[in-house]
Write a protein that binds this ligand. Sequence first.
Ligand code: SAH
Length: 262
Amino acid sequence: MGIHRGVITIVLGAVLWLPSFACRGNAPSPRGSAVSPSASPSAPALQDTPATAARRSSLVSSIAFHVRLSPRVEQALLTVPRHVFVPPEYQGEAYSDEPLPIGEGQTISQPTVVAMMTQALDLQGNETVLEVGTGSGYQAAILSRLCKRVETVELLPSLAHRAQSALRAIGYDNVTVYVGDGYEGLPPLAPFDAIVITAAPPEIPEKLVRQLRDGGRMVVPVGPRDDEQHLLLLHKVGTEVRRTDLGAVRFVPMVRGRRVPD
Ligand code: SAH
């Protein structure tokens, strides 16, 4: 089964194209088509005004107080309009340094945490990155400014659909959103230069470590559902996986996917 751009469904490890997403609003391109932003019932607020840019700039200054940012990561944070990834009712808080609800009981991560995870990956520009837990699409958007390609997997179709719509609306076309269980990763596209997991598994997902290339980095919040989780940076060197604890965090749980009915 081929891999197509746009929102894609994964069933038990197989990657499938979901035609109902392909056909909304736009004629499908030869490789499948993205969701049309205007077809979305909650089309993102796109306008980036001097006011939103100024609020973003002061947010980035406050992040830089806690996280040592490289110029590239700082520039990505200054560039990506977070308000496009935030639901309309939370627009006023889009540039506060806090997580916000995005529906389905999920959240867009706190900007400082996005900055910390992105910085830890140390992207140089030529990488293909796997993200597990697309959510709003904001972390994927930040990554997409810093590497060649982002492949991002989301368990919940409604969120995947909305994230893809937001990414397309602002023209970030080096990101592909997949619907599926991120515990499986994306075997046909492995190995990845870097992997970022934005939901917390109880233990390090070994299947995903196997999809990391030699020399690659993975950032993952590991820990139980209601207890303390730790953000781990894993660095794969040959058969060894070196581990650095980046500190205590709180993420929504990474849950096991169910088989999508035929
Ligand atoms: N990176 C996101 C934040 C994601 S919140 C952002 O920038 O907005 C975590 C997301 O992980 C949720 O959307 C949740 O549905 C998703 N998730 C949880 N378990 C998953 C799994 N097994 N596979 C893929 N996504 C998963």
